[in-house]
Design a protein around this ligand. Structure first.
Ligand SMILES: *Cc1c(COP(=O)(O)O)cnc(C)c1O
Length: 357
């Protein structure tokens, strides 16, 4: 079915919106580039591959995703290098991950070559939407939802796969205050924590809002059984630098999302000969390390901010102040290095960057 590039029909916009966007002052997730990719799944295959002008879509009120939540998504970014070429960071990882999410949610997989072809064609067409401003990038949002009109609770038989893109401004990854959550859970053993399933985010909003009302930007999620082990920070993975070793929650229990940024940091740390361990990370060992001064750094990792340093951690009624941000040698260096790789100003020794040609 795929492999023949001609399969994607392209309808170009006649009225670009690009001049209506102030690229020096972009609101996150509010502007969308001129085109979008759409494909439909029915009768056991992905078909009707098209790129059309960005716009509203029509779904039945019985659209299965609206009722039973068969919906998954991805997130990645494109950048422009000094030559004005478009670079995408590790898109094959997102292509793989969307299929891991798909399998868990009984959604048909997207052939990797279809995913890559759709992404490439869309970025070729909307390359002017990739910002050149410092720190800015084009956020890419692939997603799949059950679009069959059916009220029966069963895997739907029709799906829609789309890619939309959105220019985003420089996100300086402001340091965050976090609260270790010991009441609510994001993911349970046997659940869907490892999948980028839409429902995970809806379910996290309420506890996150309670935390924000108390002044914490994000929650640090703990295991659903004892609330003793750390899993993630908000919608980011999390790392702690303790006793010269970098530690991060392992993916073994499938309650932590396998972040591409997380994986990149692990590769870089190994390359830099920084001891790194993926393991169960207890709240207690982190609090003890803060108390005895062996915790040097703590940060979240994800596509949106790359790295978000943690300034303050709340646990059990106490706010723990972490080392000053300017002393965070490791996270500062990692953030800078990753950013340079993504923008093509640092050699791509890991072969992570895909150039759109
Ligand atoms: C997307 C996401 C991450 C980060 O993944 P990246 O691939 O690094 O962007 C971490 N945790 C959750 C819950 C996520 O949804």
């Amino acid at each position: 079915m795929i492999g023949e590039t001609a399969k994607i029909s392209i309808e170009k916009t006649t009225t670009s919106k690009i001049d209506s966007v102030d690229f020096n002052n972009i609101k996150f997730g509010k502007h969308f580039s001129d085109h979008m990719f759409v494909a439909h799944y029915a009768n056991g295959q992905w078909d009707e591959l098209q790129i059309v002008p960005y716009g509203n879509i029509s779904v039945s009120p019985a659209c299965a995703a609206l009722h039973y939540g068969q919906a998954i998504f991805e997130g990645m970014k494109a950048y422009k290098n000094k030559q004005g070429e478009v670079l995408v960071f590790r898109p094959y990882e997102n292509a793989k991950r969307i299929n891991i999410s798909a399998k868990r949610m009984c959604i048909p997989e997207i052939p990797e070559d279809l995913f890559m072809e759709a992404l490439t064609r869309l970025l070729q067409l909307d390359k002017n939407w990739v910002p050149t401003q410092e720190g800015a990038s084009l956020y890419i949002r692939p997603f799949i939802f059950a679009s069959e009109p059916v009220l029966g609770v069963r895997p739907a038989e029709e799906y829609t796969f789309m890619i939309i893109t959105s220019p985003v401004g420089s996100y300086y990854g402001e340091p965050v205050n976090v609260k270790i959550e010991t009441e609510y859970s994001r993911a349970a053993d046997g659940g869907v924590g490892f999948a980028k399933a839409a429902g995970n985010y809806g379910a996290a909003l309420y506890p996150a809002k309670l935390g924000q009302l108390k002044g914490y930007h994000q929650l640090v999620w703990t295991d659903a059984i004892e609330h003793k082990y750390i899993e993630e920070s908000g919608t980011m993975n999390v790392f702690f630098h303790i006793n010269n070793k970098l530690i991060t929650p392992s993916l073994e229990r499938k309650t932590t999302l396998p972040g591409v940024t997380r994986d990149s940091i692990i590769h870089i740390a190994k390359h830099w000969n920084i001891p790194i361990e993926e393991k169960r990370v207890s709240v207690q060992e982190v609090i003890e390390a803060i108390q005895n001064g062996t915790l040097k750094d703590a940060f979240g990792s994800g596509t949106a901010a790359t790295i978000a340093q943690i300034k303050k951690i709340h646990f059990n009624g106490i706010d723990y102040e972490l080392p000053p941000i300017e002393n965070r040698e490791l996270s500062n260096k990692l953030g800078q290095y990753l950013d340079c790789v993504k923008r093509g100003t640092e050699p791509d020794i890991f072969n992570w960057v895909m150039k759109i040609v």
